[in-house]
Design a protein around this ligand. Sequence first.
Ligand SMILES: [Zn+2]
Ligand SMILES: [Zn+2]
Ligand SMILES: [Zn+2]
Ligand SMILES: [Zn+2]
Length: 485
Amino acid sequence: MKKQKTNIGRLIRVVCIAMFAAIAVSLLGLAACKPDESSHKHTLTVVSKQDATCTEKGNEAYWKCDGCGKMFSDGEGKNEIQSVPEIAAKGHSVPTMTETKPADCTNKGQKSGKCEVCQQTVTEDIPALGHNAVWTAVDEQTHIKKCTRCEYTEGDAEPHNFVGDECTDCGAKKAIKPYTLSEDGKTLTFGSYPQSKVEDTALQSMLNAAIQNKTPTADNFNGWTDYEYYVNGQITSYTWYIDVDYQGARYRGVYFTLYRPIHTWDFEGDPDWWSTQYDNGYETGNVYWFKWAPIKWQVLTTEDNKLLVMTDWIIDCQQYYHNSDEDRYIEVEPYFIQANNYKESEIRGWLNEDFYDTAFDELSKEFICQTEVDNSASTTNRSDNRYVCENTNDYIFLLSYKDVKDVAYGFENNSASCSARHRKNTDYAQCQGVLTEEGYGPWWLRSPDYQTPMAASYVYGDGMIDGTNLDVYYIGVVPALWLTL
Ligand SMILES: [Zn+2]
Ligand SMILES: [Zn+2]
Ligand SMILES: [Zn+2]
Ligand SMILES: [Zn+2]
């Protein structure tokens, strides 16, 4: 134990002496090397000016002491500076940049050009444009915020903000439908046609004054238009019309100097014997005025977005074809065109030209479908009918024999009297001479009669289906069409 203690004491002593010596030596050494601040004389070396390039920075000239490393802006060492006086890099000088990849809403694009100083090709990003979402119509009811450049949409579709007829947000116009469907969907109004007689004598006088009380003659129509009706088998000037717009409404004046005959080939109608015009209360040498009104239609069936409709009233009175002459026999394979050929009939032309252009404006016409009209024998009163024609593509057509027996359309499947086939005559149709019995009139079907080339089917006033000569002048017109909703 003793011996150990002695060894530890000696060890401590030795370490202490060594430490003291080391400290003393280091203190003496420092004192001997430290330079004297006041007596130091800088040894300045110039660092010459270095120009900057497009990408590398340069520097102004400055001086640096070799001894202490201090920097000065002057050669005398008066103005000490703390850092190298840098000249910033100039950056490239590119006179024109060309887009090499366009930016879109979400992706950045790129453009590049050549530096006119260093000739290096420089490329830069074009930032993404971001979406430009504005109110855009989705359909007639709604709009959504949609980007004008891409398919991006923001939020949900919302109802248009209509003020009047226009959405103030997206500019959508309220859809203008040229027809008005009844609440039960069974009838609609569409198009316009002269219908009820003007009974008000003051209004009659105003309308007569509007045309300066002028009436037409065969030699001078005086602004009136000739209906070009037949008498004695010839188109003759004896019935005219004139349309007048007065105080926001339209009126049609009708004037005739002869009665329409019972057949196109008859001499003038005789009121003492039989004239349907006279019977209806219309006489030669008078101006009768009829007010144009929306045409009322009955919906027969609905298919997809279309309605098959027929007029609710007999709206006019025309011949099917002006001559029942059996001579009309033209062979056009595979058909024999005879007088009751619907395709070649005058009433088909009247419906698709005269009536179509008179009753419908340009907007309304866009809602009338051109339809393939089935003229096959199966739509007539005999399945082996020899007088049928090929199918026609028409806007307006007459119903077929088959149509008016179709239970799906609301008719009875027979040829007997049927109230669903009753049609009333408008005043205007009566003035044209449609037969009127107990308030109802007869109306043409498009189907040729199978028994003779001189007849076609028609519906009698009581709803009975029969056939009659093509050229009779007292059968009314009930147009039908397919309307697009
Ligand atoms: Zn120095
Ligand atoms: Zn450059
Ligand atoms: Zn976008
Ligand atoms: Zn809108």
